[in-house]
Design a protein around this ligand. Structure first.
Ligand code: SF4
Length: 333
């Protein structure tokens, strides 16, 4: 993908020191480990993976809420080091998973939606009420809800309020962090359709973070698959869903048809549990769960390889992106 990037990470790593108890000091946890990801302007990039893979840390880094330990974040090509928190907030806004907890129950909808304007001192206070009314129109809510409180609204209405709050700053990029997973199935498609309409209307760029692959397939132009802090596969959406290469991606795709779609949590059927990120396995960190594991996988981390725009980090594709063969697959005990 050669389009200009609205948002980009360059070899970003984020390490947290995690206490091991009073006498045992702390250990480093690499929540994000050398991630380079471009989000082209006007596109939707999906970021998928299980809980704990580093998706939310990535979101916090992109939003300027968390400093990376190394690497850089570029906003339209310019380093984040040159931007204040306020400047980042004008460009990038989040929509979080749970509209029940992300809206202050003691504040009116007008106060909630206008909050970014107040915090960042945008426009004249006398205009804020009118701007809230316009945003309620945009997200399909009647203006009378401005005087309501979150507890008086349905889940779908609350998520529309959260979207209005995000868009009132007229951001270029919206980080949608599991935007529908807390909603009833019947409401999810309405919110996804609203997000798509708003993307066209306002020329938005989305990073869609989700463990619900059906949502990502519906929305995303390009998809990155994250495992233990690394992007292990990245491709255009059609390519990734029709020709998944990394064994982890294949396991995730095999989990789409879970018996409980409301949960949106993939059951990857991988057997071995998700490893402890404080003490990751050597070699390829996916090897204890990988049905295609080879001897080399247990000792050497795979290098990223690119076949056109299809990037894979796996020894099976370490060369020219050759597909796996029967002779070297599946020797995991
Ligand atoms: Fe599986 Fe080896 Fe590829 Fe890792 S590098 S995903 S263990 S085949």
């Amino acid at each position: 993908m050669t389009e200009a990037a609205a948002l980009e990470t360059v070899d970003v790593t984020c390490v947290f020191q995690v206490s091991q108890g009073l006498l045992r000091g702390s250990k480093p946890l690499r929540a994000v480990n050398g991630v380079s990801l471009k989000i082209p302007r006007g596109r939707v990039v999906g970021l998928v993976g299980e809980s704990g893979c580093g998706k939310s840390t990535m979101a916090n880094i992109l939003l300027g809420l968390q400093r990376p330990s190394s690497g850089d974040v570029l906003y339209s090509g310019d380093s984040a080091a040159g931007f204040s928190r306020r400047q980042i907030a004008r460009r990038i806004q989040p929509i979080f998973q749970d509209p029940y907890s992300s809206l202050n129950p003691t504040k009116s909808i007008e106060s909630i939606v206008s909050q970014p304007l107040r915090i960042h001192n945008v426009g004249a206070p006398s205009e804020w009420s009118a701007r809230v009314g316009e945003m309620l129109d945009v997200v399909g809510l009647p203006r009378r809800v401005a005087s309501s409180y979150p507890s008086q609204l349905s889940g779908g209405q609350r998520q529309r309020v959260a979207i209005a709050r995000a868009l009132i700053m007229r951001p270029e990029v919206v980080i949608c962090d599991e935007p529908t997973s807390a909603l009833d199935v019947s409401v999810q498609s309405q919110i996804l359709n609203l997000l798509q309409d708003l993307k066209e209307e306002f020329g938005l760029t989305y990073l869609l973070i989700s463990h619900n692959l059906a949502v990502v397939q519906h929305m995303a132009d390009r998809v990155a698959v994250m495992y233990l802090g690394r992007i292990v596969e990245e491709a255009d959406s059609d390519t990734l869903f029709n020709d998944p290469r990394h064994p982890y991606t294949r396991a995730l795709l095999g989990s789409v048809l879970t018996p409980e779609p409301r949960l949106g949590v993939p059951d990857t059927h991988l057997g071995a549990v998700f490893p402890n990120p404080i003490d990751p396995p050597p070699g390829c960190t996916f090897h204890p769960r990988c049905p295609d594991c080879m001897a080399i996988c247990r000792s050497e981390p795979p290098r990223p390889a690119s076949d056109g725009g299809h990037k894979t980090e796996c020894h099976l594709y370490g060369g020219a992106g050759a597909p796996p063969t029967a002779t070297h697959r599946g020797d995991n005990p």
